[in-house]
Write a protein that binds this ligand. Structure first.
Ligand code: SF4
Length: 362
Protein backbone atom coordinates (compact mmCIF):
# COMPACT_ATOMS: atom_id res chain seq x y z
CA UNK A 1 0.00 0.00 0.00
CA UNK A 2 1.22 3.46 -0.79
CA UNK A 3 0.98 6.17 1.89
CA UNK A 4 1.67 9.77 1.05
CA UNK A 5 1.99 12.40 3.74
CA UNK A 6 1.23 16.04 3.02
CA UNK A 7 2.39 15.76 -0.51
CA UNK A 8 0.89 17.48 -3.51
CA UNK A 9 1.47 15.21 -6.42
CA UNK A 10 2.41 16.64 -9.77
CA UNK A 11 -0.19 16.03 -12.43
CA UNK A 12 0.16 12.66 -14.05
CA UNK A 13 2.22 11.12 -11.27
CA UNK A 14 -0.54 10.65 -8.69
CA UNK A 15 -2.00 7.41 -7.51
CA UNK A 16 -4.66 7.72 -10.17
CA UNK A 17 -2.27 8.09 -13.06
CA UNK A 18 -3.23 4.60 -14.16
CA UNK A 19 -6.89 5.54 -14.04
CA UNK A 20 -6.06 8.68 -15.96
CA UNK A 21 -4.45 6.67 -18.71
CA UNK A 22 -7.42 4.37 -18.76
CA UNK A 23 -9.87 7.22 -19.03
CA UNK A 24 -9.50 7.40 -22.76
CA UNK A 25 -10.49 3.78 -23.07
CA UNK A 26 -13.66 1.90 -22.24
CA UNK A 27 -11.86 0.32 -19.30
CA UNK A 28 -12.51 3.42 -17.16
CA UNK A 29 -16.22 2.68 -17.33
CA UNK A 30 -15.58 -0.57 -15.56
CA UNK A 31 -13.09 0.82 -13.05
CA UNK A 32 -13.48 4.53 -12.34
CA UNK A 33 -11.61 6.15 -9.50
CA UNK A 34 -13.17 7.67 -6.41
CA UNK A 35 -11.67 9.80 -3.68
CA UNK A 36 -12.86 8.80 -0.20
CA UNK A 37 -12.55 10.46 3.19
CA UNK A 38 -11.17 7.87 5.59
CA UNK A 39 -10.94 8.62 9.30
CA UNK A 40 -10.62 4.97 10.27
CA UNK A 41 -14.01 5.04 12.03
CA UNK A 42 -16.63 2.43 11.23
CA UNK A 43 -18.69 4.45 8.75
CA UNK A 44 -15.88 5.77 6.60
CA UNK A 45 -14.26 2.33 6.67
CA UNK A 46 -17.47 0.73 5.43
CA UNK A 47 -17.88 3.36 2.73
CA UNK A 48 -14.39 2.58 1.43
CA UNK A 49 -15.11 -1.15 1.66
CA UNK A 50 -18.29 -0.76 -0.39
CA UNK A 51 -16.44 1.18 -3.07
CA UNK A 52 -13.56 -1.27 -3.18
CA UNK A 53 -16.03 -4.16 -3.38
CA UNK A 54 -17.54 -2.57 -6.47
CA UNK A 55 -14.13 -2.81 -8.09
CA UNK A 56 -13.60 0.95 -7.96
CA UNK A 57 -10.14 2.38 -7.62
CA UNK A 58 -10.15 4.14 -4.24
CA UNK A 59 -7.81 6.90 -3.15
CA UNK A 60 -8.42 7.41 0.57
CA UNK A 61 -7.73 10.78 2.20
CA UNK A 62 -6.95 10.91 5.89
CA UNK A 63 -7.05 14.40 7.44
CA UNK A 64 -4.88 15.01 10.48
CA UNK A 65 -4.67 18.14 12.59
CA UNK A 66 -3.79 19.50 16.01
CA UNK A 67 -6.97 18.15 17.57
CA UNK A 68 -6.79 14.55 16.39
CA UNK A 69 -6.43 12.04 19.19
CA UNK A 70 -4.26 9.79 17.03
CA UNK A 71 -0.49 10.18 16.69
CA UNK A 72 0.05 11.16 13.08
CA UNK A 73 3.77 11.78 13.38
CA UNK A 74 4.39 8.29 14.60
CA UNK A 75 2.21 6.54 12.11
CA UNK A 76 2.30 8.70 8.95
CA UNK A 77 -1.43 9.37 9.37
CA UNK A 78 -4.04 8.27 11.86
CA UNK A 79 -2.93 4.76 12.76
CA UNK A 80 -6.43 3.42 12.30
CA UNK A 81 -6.76 4.93 8.85
CA UNK A 82 -3.37 3.50 7.94
CA UNK A 83 -4.36 0.05 9.20
CA UNK A 84 -7.72 0.18 7.43
CA UNK A 85 -6.15 1.28 4.14
CA UNK A 86 -3.49 -1.40 4.47
CA UNK A 87 -6.05 -4.10 5.22
CA UNK A 88 -8.05 -3.16 2.11
CA UNK A 89 -5.08 -2.49 -0.11
CA UNK A 90 -6.24 1.03 -0.98
CA UNK A 91 -3.96 3.98 -1.41
CA UNK A 92 -3.87 6.58 1.33
CA UNK A 93 -2.97 10.23 1.15
CA UNK A 94 -2.49 12.04 4.45
CA UNK A 95 -3.78 15.62 4.40
CA UNK A 96 -2.88 18.22 6.98
CA UNK A 97 -5.43 20.54 8.58
CA UNK A 98 -3.30 23.64 8.97
CA UNK A 99 -3.68 27.30 9.82
CA UNK A 100 -6.50 27.71 7.30
CA UNK A 101 -8.45 25.10 9.25
CA UNK A 102 -7.71 26.74 12.60
CA UNK A 103 -9.11 30.03 11.33
CA UNK A 104 -12.31 28.16 10.56
CA UNK A 105 -12.35 26.75 14.11
CA UNK A 106 -12.08 30.31 15.40
CA UNK A 107 -14.87 31.68 13.25
CA UNK A 108 -16.97 29.00 11.60
CA UNK A 109 -19.69 30.18 9.26
CA UNK A 110 -22.10 27.56 10.50
CA UNK A 111 -21.34 27.59 14.20
CA UNK A 112 -19.85 25.26 16.79
CA UNK A 113 -21.23 22.05 18.25
CA UNK A 114 -21.30 21.33 21.96
CA UNK A 115 -17.56 21.88 22.28
CA UNK A 116 -15.61 24.06 19.88
CA UNK A 117 -16.16 21.60 17.03
CA UNK A 118 -17.25 23.40 13.85
CA UNK A 119 -18.54 20.18 12.29
CA UNK A 120 -20.35 21.59 9.25
CA UNK A 121 -17.49 23.93 8.34
CA UNK A 122 -15.00 21.16 9.04
CA UNK A 123 -16.78 18.81 6.62
CA UNK A 124 -16.91 21.53 4.00
CA UNK A 125 -13.20 22.24 4.51
CA UNK A 126 -12.22 18.58 4.06
CA UNK A 127 -14.55 18.09 1.12
CA UNK A 128 -13.23 21.17 -0.68
CA UNK A 129 -9.75 19.69 -0.38
CA UNK A 130 -11.09 16.33 -1.52
CA UNK A 131 -12.77 18.02 -4.48
CA UNK A 132 -9.37 19.40 -5.50
CA UNK A 133 -7.90 15.90 -5.34
CA UNK A 134 -10.86 14.57 -7.32
CA UNK A 135 -10.22 17.08 -10.09
CA UNK A 136 -6.48 16.54 -9.96
CA UNK A 137 -6.79 12.78 -10.27
CA UNK A 138 -9.76 12.56 -12.60
CA UNK A 139 -11.86 10.67 -10.07
CA UNK A 140 -15.60 10.57 -10.68
CA UNK A 141 -16.76 11.57 -7.18
CA UNK A 142 -15.90 12.01 -3.54
CA UNK A 143 -17.16 9.38 -1.11
CA UNK A 144 -17.88 9.77 2.60
CA UNK A 145 -19.22 7.52 5.34
CA UNK A 146 -21.94 10.00 6.34
CA UNK A 147 -25.23 8.44 7.37
CA UNK A 148 -28.41 10.43 7.07
CA UNK A 149 -29.68 11.43 10.52
CA UNK A 150 -26.79 9.96 12.45
CA UNK A 151 -25.20 13.09 13.88
CA UNK A 152 -27.41 15.92 15.06
CA UNK A 153 -25.26 18.79 13.79
CA UNK A 154 -23.86 17.70 10.47
CA UNK A 155 -25.82 14.72 9.16
CA UNK A 156 -29.44 15.80 8.97
CA UNK A 157 -30.75 16.22 5.46
CA UNK A 158 -30.44 20.00 5.27
CA UNK A 159 -26.88 19.84 6.59
CA UNK A 160 -25.93 17.16 4.07
CA UNK A 161 -27.32 19.27 1.22
CA UNK A 162 -25.58 22.38 2.52
CA UNK A 163 -22.25 20.57 2.87
CA UNK A 164 -22.53 19.19 -0.66
CA UNK A 165 -23.34 22.60 -2.11
CA UNK A 166 -20.75 24.56 -0.14
CA UNK A 167 -17.97 22.12 -0.91
CA UNK A 168 -18.52 22.57 -4.63
CA UNK A 169 -19.39 18.91 -5.06
CA UNK A 170 -23.00 19.14 -6.19
CA UNK A 171 -23.82 15.80 -7.80
CA UNK A 172 -20.34 14.49 -7.08
CA UNK A 173 -20.63 13.66 -3.39
CA UNK A 174 -21.59 10.06 -2.79
CA UNK A 175 -22.62 8.79 0.65
CA UNK A 176 -22.87 5.07 -0.08
CA UNK A 177 -24.29 4.12 3.32
CA UNK A 178 -27.37 6.31 2.77
CA UNK A 179 -27.21 6.82 -1.01
CA UNK A 180 -30.61 5.27 -1.76
CA UNK A 181 -32.26 7.81 0.53
CA UNK A 182 -30.55 10.68 -1.28
CA UNK A 183 -30.81 11.97 -4.87
CA UNK A 184 -28.66 9.97 -7.32
CA UNK A 185 -25.21 11.41 -7.91
CA UNK A 186 -23.80 12.03 -11.40
CA UNK A 187 -21.70 8.81 -11.51
CA UNK A 188 -24.76 6.83 -10.41
CA UNK A 189 -26.87 8.48 -13.11
CA UNK A 190 -24.17 7.81 -15.67
CA UNK A 191 -24.02 4.15 -14.66
CA UNK A 192 -20.42 4.37 -13.48
CA UNK A 193 -21.47 3.40 -9.97
CA UNK A 194 -24.21 0.83 -9.46
CA UNK A 195 -26.87 2.57 -7.36
CA UNK A 196 -28.62 -0.72 -6.65
CA UNK A 197 -25.59 -1.73 -4.60
CA UNK A 198 -25.72 1.40 -2.48
CA UNK A 199 -27.37 1.27 0.97
CA UNK A 200 -30.30 3.04 2.59
CA UNK A 201 -29.14 3.38 6.19
CA UNK A 202 -30.59 6.16 8.30
CA UNK A 203 -30.57 7.24 11.93
CA UNK A 204 -28.38 6.87 14.96
CA UNK A 205 -28.41 3.09 15.42
CA UNK A 206 -25.02 1.49 14.85
CA UNK A 207 -26.17 -2.10 14.64
CA UNK A 208 -26.75 -2.15 10.83
CA UNK A 209 -23.17 -0.98 10.31
CA UNK A 210 -21.85 -3.62 12.69
CA UNK A 211 -23.78 -6.32 10.81
CA UNK A 212 -22.46 -4.97 7.53
CA UNK A 213 -18.90 -4.93 8.88
CA UNK A 214 -19.24 -8.59 9.77
CA UNK A 215 -20.69 -9.47 6.37
CA UNK A 216 -17.93 -7.64 4.52
CA UNK A 217 -15.12 -8.95 6.69
CA UNK A 218 -14.27 -5.51 8.10
CA UNK A 219 -12.46 -6.10 11.36
CA UNK A 220 -10.38 -2.96 11.84
CA UNK A 221 -12.21 0.27 12.61
CA UNK A 222 -12.31 2.93 15.31
CA UNK A 223 -14.94 3.66 17.93
CA UNK A 224 -17.92 5.72 16.78
CA UNK A 225 -17.27 8.59 19.20
CA UNK A 226 -14.44 9.69 16.91
CA UNK A 227 -11.12 11.24 17.65
CA UNK A 228 -11.65 15.00 17.73
CA UNK A 229 -10.48 16.88 20.80
CA UNK A 230 -12.55 19.92 19.89
CA UNK A 231 -15.50 18.04 21.37
CA UNK A 232 -13.61 17.69 24.66
CA UNK A 233 -14.79 20.42 27.07
CA UNK A 234 -11.33 21.00 28.54
CA UNK A 235 -9.57 21.39 25.20
CA UNK A 236 -12.49 23.45 23.87
CA UNK A 237 -12.12 25.84 26.83
CA UNK A 238 -8.38 26.20 26.22
CA UNK A 239 -8.80 26.83 22.51
CA UNK A 240 -11.46 29.44 23.18
CA UNK A 241 -9.20 31.07 25.78
CA UNK A 242 -6.44 31.15 23.17
CA UNK A 243 -8.64 32.87 20.59
CA UNK A 244 -9.90 35.33 23.22
CA UNK A 245 -6.55 36.31 24.71
CA UNK A 246 -3.89 35.79 22.10
CA UNK A 247 -4.44 37.78 18.88
CA UNK A 248 -1.24 36.45 17.32
CA UNK A 249 -1.95 32.76 17.99
CA UNK A 250 -0.44 30.27 15.61
CA UNK A 251 -0.42 26.54 14.88
CA UNK A 252 1.96 25.80 17.75
CA UNK A 253 -0.42 27.47 20.20
CA UNK A 254 -3.22 25.27 18.93
CA UNK A 255 -1.11 22.15 19.36
CA UNK A 256 -0.13 23.19 22.87
CA UNK A 257 -3.79 23.26 23.94
CA UNK A 258 -3.77 19.47 23.94
CA UNK A 259 -0.75 19.17 26.22
CA UNK A 260 -0.18 19.72 29.96
CA UNK A 261 -2.14 21.83 32.45
CA UNK A 262 -3.12 25.36 31.41
CA UNK A 263 -3.28 28.46 33.61
CA UNK A 264 -3.92 32.10 32.92
CA UNK A 265 -2.03 34.15 35.49
CA UNK A 266 -3.27 37.42 34.04
CA UNK A 267 -5.04 38.38 30.83
CA UNK A 268 -1.77 38.55 28.87
CA UNK A 269 0.07 35.57 30.33
CA UNK A 270 -0.66 31.86 30.02
CA UNK A 271 1.44 29.14 31.62
CA UNK A 272 1.44 25.52 30.48
CA UNK A 273 2.77 22.99 32.98
CA UNK A 274 3.81 19.44 32.07
CA UNK A 275 2.04 16.62 33.90
CA UNK A 276 4.81 14.04 33.68
CA UNK A 277 8.34 13.55 32.39
CA UNK A 278 7.21 12.77 28.85
CA UNK A 279 5.08 15.91 28.69
CA UNK A 280 7.92 18.00 30.10
CA UNK A 281 10.16 16.84 27.27
CA UNK A 282 7.44 17.41 24.69
CA UNK A 283 6.73 20.90 26.03
CA UNK A 284 10.40 21.85 25.82
CA UNK A 285 10.55 20.52 22.27
CA UNK A 286 7.47 22.46 21.23
CA UNK A 287 8.35 25.67 23.09
CA UNK A 288 10.74 26.91 20.40
CA UNK A 289 11.15 30.62 21.06
CA UNK A 290 8.78 30.68 24.05
CA UNK A 291 10.19 31.14 27.59
CA UNK A 292 10.65 27.91 29.57
CA UNK A 293 10.81 27.67 33.37
CA UNK A 294 12.19 24.74 35.38
CA UNK A 295 13.68 24.13 38.83
CA UNK A 296 17.44 24.60 38.75
CA UNK A 297 18.37 21.82 41.18
CA UNK A 298 15.30 19.74 41.85
CA UNK A 299 13.24 17.50 39.64
CA UNK A 300 9.83 18.85 38.80
CA UNK A 301 7.52 20.00 36.06
CA UNK A 302 8.43 22.21 33.14
CA UNK A 303 6.45 25.35 32.40
CA UNK A 304 6.13 27.14 29.08
CA UNK A 305 5.03 30.77 29.09
CA UNK A 306 2.94 32.35 26.38
CA UNK A 307 2.25 36.06 26.40
CA UNK A 308 3.64 39.10 28.15
CA UNK A 309 5.76 38.43 31.22
CA UNK A 310 7.96 40.50 33.46
CA UNK A 311 10.21 39.62 36.39
CA UNK A 312 7.31 39.60 38.90
CA UNK A 313 5.59 36.87 36.90
CA UNK A 314 8.47 34.48 37.50
CA UNK A 315 7.66 34.34 41.24
CA UNK A 316 4.07 33.35 40.42
CA UNK A 317 5.21 30.72 37.94
CA UNK A 318 7.65 29.37 40.55
CA UNK A 319 4.84 29.05 43.10
CA UNK A 320 2.76 27.26 40.51
CA UNK A 321 5.59 24.82 39.76
CA UNK A 322 6.08 24.19 43.49
CA UNK A 323 2.41 23.29 43.78
CA UNK A 324 2.95 20.48 41.28
CA UNK A 325 6.22 19.30 42.81
CA UNK A 326 5.15 17.74 46.12
CA UNK A 327 8.53 16.01 46.50
CA UNK A 328 10.34 19.33 46.70
CA UNK A 329 10.55 19.87 50.48
CA UNK A 330 13.40 22.40 50.78
CA UNK A 331 12.33 25.69 52.25
CA UNK A 332 13.84 27.59 49.38
CA UNK A 333 14.03 26.35 45.84
CA UNK A 334 15.21 28.13 42.74
CA UNK A 335 13.53 28.29 39.36
CA UNK A 336 15.15 29.45 36.16
CA UNK A 337 13.52 31.09 33.18
CA UNK A 338 15.30 30.61 29.86
CA UNK A 339 14.39 32.81 26.96
CA UNK A 340 16.18 34.07 23.91
CA UNK A 341 19.59 32.91 25.19
CA UNK A 342 19.05 34.71 28.51
CA UNK A 343 18.49 33.17 31.93
CA UNK A 344 16.75 34.63 34.96
CA UNK A 345 16.44 32.92 38.35
CA UNK A 346 14.06 33.34 41.24
CA UNK A 347 13.99 31.83 44.72
CA UNK A 348 10.61 30.37 45.58
CA UNK A 349 9.57 29.76 49.19
CA UNK A 350 5.90 28.93 48.92
CA UNK A 351 3.73 26.84 46.69
CA UNK A 352 0.62 28.32 45.13
CA UNK A 353 -2.47 27.45 47.16
CA UNK A 354 -5.20 25.19 45.82
CA UNK A 355 -7.36 28.31 45.61
CA UNK A 356 -4.80 30.11 43.43
CA UNK A 357 -4.44 27.11 41.16
CA UNK A 358 -8.20 26.82 40.79
CA UNK A 359 -8.55 30.52 40.03
CA UNK A 360 -5.81 30.38 37.40
CA UNK A 361 -6.93 27.17 35.69
CA UNK A 362 -8.21 27.61 32.16
S1 SF4 B 1 -15.96 16.15 15.24
FE1 SF4 B 1 -14.12 17.38 14.81
S2 SF4 B 1 -13.14 16.35 13.04
FE2 SF4 B 1 -15.26 15.58 13.17
S3 SF4 B 1 -16.43 16.93 11.79
FE3 SF4 B 1 -16.59 17.79 13.85
S4 SF4 B 1 -14.94 19.29 13.98
FE4 SF4 B 1 -14.47 17.95 12.23
Amino acid sequence: MKIEANVDLPAGTGPFCVAKRLRSTTAIRRCPGVVALLSGGLDSTLAVRLMADLGLHVLALNFVGPFCTCSPRKHGGCRLAVSVAQSMGVELRVMSKGLDYLRIVEQPRFGHGRGLNPCIDCRIYMLRKAAEVMRETGAVCVVTGEVLGQRPMSQHRRALDLIERESGLTGRLLRPLSARRLPPTIPEREGLIDRSRMLDLMGRARSPQLVLAKERGVEIFGCPSGGCLLTDPIVARRVKDLFDHCPDWDERDARLTTLGRHFRLHPDLKVIVGRDAAENVRLEQMAGTLPVVTFTQAPGPTAVLRGRWESGALAMVGRLLRHFAPKVTDECVEVCLKHDGQEMTQVVRQAATAGDVKAWTI
